[in-house]
Ligand binder design. Structure first.
Ligand code: B12
Length: 274
């Protein structure tokens, strides 16, 4: 694949989907408007990749990635398109007790093996340095696929990203803030049982006198704006694209506002409706 082949095809993936509709679609006709602007052969491989993730055939995942890149599909379209719908269906099946942990682990391996190929392509787009971000999955939580996607997108947008990994104790966030002096700190949480650690980590940031210095973004499946407001975070980000936009605003137009300032929260919230 040459550089100019990658990323020529524009395919709309930024659409809301209902999990029940997705289930019906996957099990029956697949005649939805998902990816209707994609050429037929690309759409066909999208469906194969989606199924590969649902079925957890991780040895074969990468065989779908290169043909799509060679067809001109953008790396980030793969993430926001078939990879997202595939893993969303896995989550639905797990919730409905149709899948158990081993199946979810195999699907997670599919996502990870695809990301190994996709990451360098996204990082290659890296813009000039715009700021520093410390990010981690909060203590008690081992989910990192979403956090890794956010890290990668932030890096491509020009942030120096210090990724603390999974199950990060609050003290490790504090040490990283002191060492790297980031403008942005991001907490990922996927479990309702441990999402409270986002609040606890933020409390420690306040207690250590660091709150003014950092803008705190939170994300993960159970997280919402209501939760972000409850713990006093500056912004909730539903996905990696909005995370990048909000992080850029924090170091750009709102760079002079202190972390925790009510105006900052209001400005960042307003970006959701733009
Ligand atoms: C894959 C997966 C796993 C994998 C994780 C592998 C890995 N390396 O990450 C494995 C198999 C290990 C796993 C384990 C468990 N899991 Co699990 N898992 C999932 C699943 C199916 C997908 C998560 C995922 O990767 N999604 C895809 C990514 C791209 O989406 P995302 O994470 O939401 O990230 C996006 C946004 O949220 C946002 N974002 C995310 N983080 C951040 C951070 C910042 C700073 C910002 C700005 C934005 C942001 O941007 C991302 C990109 O767009 C979810 C289902 C779901 N609906 O989420 C369950 C799910 C999260 N798991 C669940 C459970 C219960 C568990 C276990 C407790 C199961 C068990 N009995 O052991 C364990 C917990 C282990 C632990 N201590 O953490 C439940 C949680 C339920 C709850 N109410 O808490 C879920 C919701 C499944 C379900 N429907 O019941 N799991």
């Amino acid at each position: 694949m040459t550089d100019d082949q990658q990323g020529k095809l524009e395919i709309e993936t930024d659409m809301e989907f209902d999990l029940e509709d997705l289930k019906k679609d996957l099990e029956t006709t697949r005649k939805t408007d998902r990816w209707s602007d994609a050429p037929a052969d690309v759409k066909d491989i999208f469906h194969q990749l989606e199924w590969n993730i649902i079925e957890g055939e991780f040895h074969e995942t990468t065989s779908f990635i290169n043909p799509l890149l060679e067809a001109g599909v953008q790396a980030r379209t793969l993430i926001s398109g078939p990879m997202s719908t595939g893993i969303a269906e896995v989550g639905r099946r797990f919730k409905m007790d149709e899948y158990f942990l081993p199946e979810v682990m195999m699907s997670a391996k599919c996502m990870q093996s695809a990301l190994v190929i996709i990451k360098p392509l996204i990082i290659a787009e890296k813009a000039a340095s715009v700021g520093t971000c410390v990010i981690g999955t909060i203590q008690g939580d081992l989910h990192d696929i979403g956090k890794n996607i956010v890290s990668m997108m932030l890096e491509a947008a020009g942030f120096d990203v210090i990724d603390l990994g999974v199950s990060t104790p609050p003290e490790d966030f504090i040490a990283a803030i002191r060492e790297h002096k980031p403008q942005i700190v991001g907490f990922s949480a996927l479990l309702t049982t441990t999402m409270n650690m986002q609040g606890e980590t933020l409390k420690l940031i306040i207690a250590e006198g660091l709150r003014d210095d950092v803008k705190v973004l939170v994300g993960g499946a159970p997280i919402s704006q209501v939760w972000a407001d409850k713990i006093g975070a500056d912004a909730y980000c539903a996905d990696a694209l909005i995370a990048v936009e909000k992080a850029k605003a924090c170091v750009g137009e709102h760079k002079d506002l202190l972390g925790g300032a009510p105006e900052l929260r209001d400005h960042l919230l307003a970006m959701d409706s733009q």
